[in-house]
Each structure stands twice: as structure tokens, then as C-alpha cells.
Design a binder for this molecule. Structure first.
Ligand code: LHQ
Length: 266
């Protein structure tokens, strides 16, 4: 996979996808979002890849939408409909599900600032590991917009409605320690350890039953709007899918035979 603003590296069953426009703190241009969509689509369909890391080149993770693209039309007095972009082939509404609904774990290795849609992208990943100097800002309100790219879905679920609302309507910058304390990120590590810790976790996850991880991701999201009775019913149905995998049989047999299981992801 060869791109202008994205790089992809493969190390065994782990793929690292890097947003690569460091001069703009990896702001999401339409080129970059289109390339992310292409790369993630391919990696999601590649059974040999069993964990994905998303990170940024340079001192930023992602500074949100590339606002420089708006300069020309706004100076001209144009008022483009942002929904047309959001719902386009290279728009964030295509990108976000490729992270959140990837049939394998996705780790955001947050190497630096995550702002606006850059924070939404991190929130769409399954696990967030942040450098201790990484700032976070739901910057949308500062430019008169509402949170997009799934932030309205993921943020209240991660930090609770009261904190989500405060972050969204102030756009205030918070540091990594605060982000950890409120549940916005899973771990904070020294800045120079972000990628190494993300790799260690990705490798561990890649050795686990990938199909069960995919089903777990799906059911936790699907169950969030259901009643207890509906959730129990859904669990029973999805458990049948999990039990039909080779890795379920392998896990049980390895336990009974007192050996380490070898999972294939199927
Ligand atoms: C940037 C950006 C950027 C371009 C830094 N774009 N160049 C929006 C519109 C359209 C469609 C639908 O969805 C959306 C959703 C959104 O994402 S809205 C939110 C957009 N993002 C922002 O409003 C954040 C803007 N950036 C900032 O507030 C700051 O740059 C942060 C807090 C991220 C980092 O601050 P610093 O560490 O002080 O860095 P800096 O501001 O000096 O930025 C470094 C360079 O990166 C600078 O370029 P320059 O040529 O002056 O060195 C910035 O202009 C550029 N850059 N963000 N989003």
C-alpha cells in the first residue's frame, strides 16, 4: 500500500497505520481520509492482520479536519455543506466505522495532540494509549461546529454525559493525566514509550481469538441501547456464533489438556 499522507507497516500479524502530514499535525485532508479509508478497508479484509495500531507522524496524533481546505471557499463567500463531505466516499462517516467496526482490535497510539475529528478518530478505536505530554481538545465549538465523526456517540460512552457535554461546549484543552482520570484514554505512558507499549498490547491481542474479539466489539456496541432482556437474548445468539469458531474449541481443549492454546483467529 503506497499513499501520499498515510504509511502502513506490517510486523507479523500487527499493522501500523500512520497519519503522515506532520507539518499540519496530521490534520485530516480529504487525501488523508481517503487513504485511511482505503488502507483500513484492506487491512480489515486481510485475515493475516489480527491487530491494528493507528498513530501519527511527528509531534501530533491528528489535529482534526484540515482547515486550510476551507480558506479559499470561505474567502470567496461560499458556504459549502459539510454534510456533503462527511457523507462522501472520502468522508469521516466512512472512516469511523472502519475503525469502530473493524473485525480485529484497533489501538490508537496517541503520540501527541488529538483535536477535533482527530479526537473522534481516537475515540472510534478500541483502546487508547497516550503519551504523557499529549493534549486533547474537542475543538469543534471553537470554530462554531458540533462534534462530528462519531464523537457524539463515543464521547458520552467513554466519559459520561456530564463530562462529555463540558468538553464539547467549552472545547477546552485537557492534558493526558486528566484524560486518563476521566476515562477518555486507557493508559498514559512516557512519550517515548507510546508506540512500544501499543505494539506490546497489539501483539498480545493478535494472539487471542480474533473472531471472538470482533463479536465482543459488535455486541458491546449493539447492547448499549438495549434492555436487560434484549441484551440477554442477543448474548445468547452471539454466543452461538462465538462457539462455532475453531478458537473456541481450541481454547477449551487447551484448558482441559493443560497446554497453551494456539489461536488462529477463526
Ligand atoms: C493545521 C490544523 C488543522 C490545518 C494545526 N488544519 N492546519 C471540520 C470541518 C470540515 C468538515 C467536517 O468536520 C470538521 C471537524 C473538525 O475536525 S473541526 C476541528 C478542526 N481542528 C481544529 O480546529 C484544531 C486546529 N488546530 C489547533 O487548534 C492547534 O493547531 C492544536 C491545538 C491542534 C495544536 O496547537 P499547537 O501545538 O500550538 O500547534 P500549531 O497551532 O502551531 O500547529 C502547527 C501547524 O499545524 C500550524 O501550521 P504552521 O504553518 O503555522 O506551522 C497549524 O496551522 C497547522 N495545523 N491544526 N486542523
Amino acid at each position: 500500500m503506497s499513499y501520499q499522507q498515510v504509511t502502513v507497516e506490517q510486523d507479523g500479524a500487527v499493522a501500523t497505520v500512520r497519519m503522515n502530514n506532520p507539518a499540519r499535525l496530521n490534520a485530516l485532508s480529504t487525501v488523508m481520509s481517503g487513504e485511511l479509508i482505503d488502507a483500513l478497508g484492506q487491512l480489515n479484509g486481510d485475515e493475516s492482520i489480527r491487530a491494528i495500531i493507528l498513530t501519527g507522524e511527528g509531534r501530533g496524533f491528528c489535529a482534526g479536519a484540515d482547515l486550510s481546505a476551507l480558506e479559499e471557499p470561505y474567502r470567496r463567500g461560499d458556504r459549502p455543506k459539510l454534510s456533503t463531505f462527511l457523507q462522501s466516499d472520502t468522508g469521516y462517516n466512512r472512516l469511523i466505522p472502519l475503525l469502530a467496526e473493524a473485525p480485529k482490535p484497533v489501538i490508537a497510539a496517541i503520540n501527541g495532540v488529538a483535536a477535533g475529528a482527530g479526537l473522534s478518530v481516537a475515540l472510534a478505536c478500541d483502546i487508547r494509549i497516550a503519551g504523557e505530554d499529549a493534549p486533547f481538545s474537542l475543538a469543534f465549538v471553537k470554530i462554531g461546529l458540533i462534534p462530528d465523526s462519531g464523537a457524539c456517540y463515543f464521547l458520552p460512552r467513554a466519559v459520561g454525559m456530564a463530562r462529555a457535554l463540558e468538553l464539547a461546549i467549552t472545547g477546552d484543552r485537557i492534558d493526558a493525566a486528566t484524560a486518563l482520570q476521566m476515562g477518555l484514554v486507557n493508559r498514559v505512558v512516557p512519550a517515548d514509550r507510546v508506540l512500544a507499549e501499543s505494539h506490546d498490547l497489539a501483539r498480545k491481542l493478535a494472539d487471542l481469538p480474533t473472531a471472538a474479539i470482533a463479536l465482543t466489539k459488535r455486541i458491546l456496541k449493539d447492547a448499549s441501547g438495549l434492555s436487560l432482556a434484549q441484551t440477554l437474548e442477543l448474548e445468547a445468539t452471539v454466543q452461538d456464533e462465538a462457539a462455532a469458531t475453531d478458537d473456541h474449541i481450541e481454547g477449551v481443549m487447551a484448558f482441559l489438556e493443560k497446554r497453551t492454546p494456539t489461536f488462529t483467529g477463526r
